[in-house]
Design a protein around this ligand. Structure first.
Ligand code: ME8
Length: 481
């Protein structure tokens, strides 16, 4: 079995904010889980940047740099941000790469040869923010795009069209057969009712565009940015060694882009005679302290700011445990500080520290008999159940429940006193505690990859524990070193 996980490829007119980091960290956490289960060689995790957009041209212009120089710099910035926050991507794709142009041409030619592309005239409202045509019924009462709050441009152009209308019934059939093609159910229902309301053919080229991949059969037209961007998922595995990853493709995306991923993309693949992804999951959006994030409000938060204050694991756990993956929710700095202080430093950090100090002090570091690998496996299986369902918050909550139960056991049994009265009983308690620590260590490999190596060191080898360490420094010290 294989697993091919993808994030959306992000627009390069923007710097990474925590909305992007949320999706990328969630996908990374899933990739880490699947690597444990299937072996690293059977997992392929892709992220990257979406560059063939009019937004790129405008952003480059604003920066005063030539487009290629601007792109190098911004794509590099996305990449280093992901490196800095510990994203374990296997490949980073840029849609201005040659490999992508080649695959786009191959797929487009197949769609063309299948008779699904024709020339026609288009008149409509184009939103530059969404990079899409909007229907009258999509606009708000002021005639604006509801997401970007701007009146879309009126465009009238001769261009090429994709026969999306032909695929409505076929799409309904594939969703009936494989509901995992879009989860959660709420998102699937939205997409199904959009399909049932009737699909229009879509314009897939621009004669006036400055940026983009030319059509294989008409060099004067550039391919519509979404039509090229979606193909990135296929480009990255379009080699003889990697093509068999395609059958296990799992796209993770935000709920804002399901019409592209769950209507247009499967129709394109059907037209090109390619299998559909195995699954897609659309996560929700979050507000910051109850307020929608937006450039104009100036409340965009950089993942780097949080990571530099609290560390990468707190960033990951804070984002993924604020609300269940798939729902909308809120993220607050105050809750993150509490999570770090109470659950990570006082809960997990203290637990590891106390147990290892005590075992070193009273048992000379020797691990007592009675650590049950069966019980460790059973608890890990419960955790794995949440991960398979992509219930990332539940997986994290389960992890902290084990931390709490271990702390309760330690406080209730007081093994530092028991060692003086009943050494056998004290050893049983330490065995149980070390067993819980081992269980937490296995889960931490996925949930707290930055802290994990120190947990490994503290747990030592089969015979003896290692030295005690501080897993999480106090926030006061971090903010004012
Ligand atoms: O749409 N909460 O790229 P994009 C949660 N290039 N997630 C958020 C968020 C928020 N407040 N804000 C953004 C594009 N996101 C296209 C994709 S794929 C072939 C092309 C996340 O840079 C969320 O995952 O606008 C959303 O889908 C993505 O960023 C959009 O990133």
């Amino acid at each position: 079995m294989k697993k091919y996980l993808t994030t959306p490829i992000y627009y390069v007119n923007d710097v990474p904010h925590i909305g992007h980091a949320y999706c990328t960290l969630a996908t990374d956490t899933l990739a880490r889980y699947w690597r444990e289960k299937l072996g690293a060689e059977n997992v392929f995790f892709l992220t990257g940047t979406d560059e063939n957009s009019q937004k790129t041209v405008e952003a480059a212009r604003k920066s005063g740099k030539p487009i290629p120089e601007y792109l190098e710099e911004i794509a590099g910035n996305w990449r280093t941000t992901w490196d800095e926050i510990g994203i374990s991507y296997d490949d980073f794709i840029r849609t201005t790469e040659k490999r992508h142009h080649e695959t786009v041409h191959k797929i487009l030619q197949k769609i063309y040869d299948n008779g699904d592309i024709y020339r026609g005239k288009y008149e409509g409202h184009y939103c530059d923010g969404c990079e899409t045509f909007l229907k009258e019924s999509d606009l708000n009462e002021k005639g604006e795009c509801p997401d970007h709050l701007k009146i879309p441009r009126k465009i009238s152009e001769e261009n090429y069209f994709f026969k999306l209308s032909k695929y409505g019934d076929k799409l309904l059939e594939v969703y009936a057969k494989n509901p995992r093609l879009l989860e959660p159910e709420k998102r699937r229902n939205e997409v199904l009712s959009f399909i049932k309301s009737g699909l229009d053919d879509i314009s897939i080229s621009r004669e006036s565009a400055e940026m983009g991949i030319p059509l294989p059969w008409d060099e004067n037209h550039k391919i519509y940015v979404w039509f090229d961007a979606l193909i990135n998922y296929y480009t990255a595995i379009d080699t003889d060694e990697k093509r068999d990853f395609w059958n296990s493709a799992c796209h993770i995306l935000g709920k804002d882009i399901t019409r592209f991923h769950n209507v247009i993309w499967p129709a394109m693949l059907m037209s090109a005679g390619l299998p559909l992804p195995q699954e897609e999951f659309a996560h929700g959006f979050f507000t910051i302290d109850g307020v929608k994030m937006s450039k104009s409000l100036g409340n965009m938060v950089s993942p780097l700011e949080i990571s530099r204050e609290f560390g990468n694991d707190a960033l990951r756990l804070g984002l993924l445990s604020s609300f269940e993956f798939g729902n909308d929710g809120d993220f607050s700095h105050e809750n993150l500080a509490k999570l770090y202080d109470k659950k990570m430093a006082s809960g997990l950090g203290n637990l590891f520290n106390r147990v290892i100090v005590l075992v070193n002090k009273f048992l000379d570091g020797q691990k007592p008999a009675g650590i049950s690998t069966d019980e460790i496996k059973a608890e890990y299986e419960n955790f794995a159940g949440f991960m398979e369902e992509k219930k990332l918050k539940s997986a994290i909550d389960y992890f902290f429940q084990i931390v709490d139960s271990a702390n309760e056991l330690l406080n209730e049994k007081e093994p530092w006193k028991l060692v003086k009265t009943d050494m056998d009983e004290a050893k049983k308690v330490f065995a149980k505690l070390l067993q819980k620590l081992e269980t937490l260590k296995l889960m931490a490999k996925i949930l707290l990859p930055e802290t994990y190596p120190r947990m490994v060191d503290m747990l030592g080898d089969t015979e003896k524990v290692g030295e005690a360490q501080i897993l999480f420094a106090r926030i006061e010290k971090k903010s004012n070193p």
